[in-house]
Design a protein around this ligand. Sequence first.
Ligand code: VG1
Ligand code: CO
Length: 543
Amino acid sequence: MTILTEQTTPYDDQKPGTSGLRKRVSVYQQPHYVENFLQSIFDSLDGVGGKTLVIGGDGRFYNDVVIQIAIRIAAANGFGKVIVGQNGLLSTPAASHLIRHNQAFGGLVLSASHNPGGPDGDFGIKYNIGNGGPAPERITDAIFARSKVIDRYKITDAPDVALGEIGTQSSGEMIVEIVDPVAEYATLMQSLFDFEAIRKLFASGFRMTFDAMHAVTGPYAHVIIEDMLGAPKGTVINGTPLPDFGKGHPDPNLVYCKDMFDQLMSPGGPDFGAASDGDGDRNLIIGKNRFVTPSDSVAILAANAALAPGYAAGIKGIARSMPTSAAADRVAEKLGIEMHETPTGWKFFGNLLDAGRVTICGEESAGTGSDHVREKDGLWAVLLWLNVIAARAQSVDQIVRDHWATYGRNYYTRHDYEEVDAGIANKLVDDLRARLSGLAGQNFDDLQIAFADDFTYHDPIDGSTSAKQGIRIGFTDGSRIVLRLSGTGTVGATLRLYLERYEAADGRHDLETQAALAELIELAERLCGVRERTGRQKPSVIT
Ligand code: VG1
Ligand code: CO
């Protein structure tokens, strides 16, 4: 085995977005594209010699190719050991757990998450640091800076590793440990939740369907939900990971999980439906006749977390991303605990979790998690819901209604305009930003603007500042319009418009969401002009 130093030329587009570097597979297939980015990551880290790196991905097309390259580049850069999920698979939360459990230096998560896969789909690489969470901006900025000037990378000529064989191998001087992707994670889940109570729930006839969307959670859900918790075989559907996710779109929302939604809304349907995304960090929760909005789910799980053994001592604080509804804020207020508002993306929760300031975190994009790992965690959210259902002996619908009756309801929706011309989208946001300072105090029908700004986050732990994180227009009655550009899309720009209106505990909670927000949706169009300026009649996706 020899270590080779290969000459290369830089690419100018290797800037990590909200969650790693996501590009079309064809972009990743360009000569040295993967090698350049991986070497840029390793060049941005100090003291990797002899250290351990965790590597795994969601099994999408190109995963197997990139893992072999990553192993050879890691060996050439002096890592002492890599821990790799069998067949290259690790869900994002399981990767986070393995990094922490093994006190690894960091990890590579190979995924484009909820984006479609296959030769015409997307691929992604994300670097996670030793706490198990996505690298903070200070590191991703350094990686991007390095990628723009890189002129060589180091790689070995070692043969491919047998990714299917559990056990220890070597690649050159480096140890390669292939592990069962599920085992450690399942043990962690067992330590947090009342498996006995959930087993009894299933034994009593409670029926559930879990859609793994042909993505990474299949093996996890089969083991945990069917084998360990005793749900009947067949509870988990689409449970075999496929490189193209069965040509589906592994985003667990009401568009791509419409069949499940319809089942849950039908009289003979199951009691509970759930799904997760490509890399297993998102969750969809639907009860019989009740879809749970992700923002509500964060709030409800925070309010009920103490029912699960792992959180019996109570939660320390809650953090939510800025566009996520304020439902969780009301829970934090009632519990008398800290509440934090962070920019979009899990990397901003890491410091708060590490400092022990918060226990539960969440995003409106179907991401919920806790201090058990440093990523959002789809199956964790599903298991916590099951634990709460078992402990309260109530249906999802009852739990949600009770919550609203206690805290009030934050009607909430997100309208996405996908693959918009990037020039138009950027100008729209810039123009709106320029008008923000004059908006406060203005009246629109019976709504008055209380504040309008471009969100800047000041991290209370490390003092860093992240500016331009999305436009917020808040109204005196608690309603809110938020507009931001997605940082995970790979074609053109995606505009996300988030709308929220608060209805007090004694108010009306049974309105259809779009109807409840109709006035605000029209006002958002008057203020932002998304439809007018993009020429779109309606959003691509409404969640
Ligand atoms: C989206 C979501 C964000 C989430 C991110 C990664 O980012 O809005 O909440 O953290 O995806 O999720 P953006 O920049 O496109 O809005 V995942 O499951 O794709 O890793
Ligand atoms: Co994901």
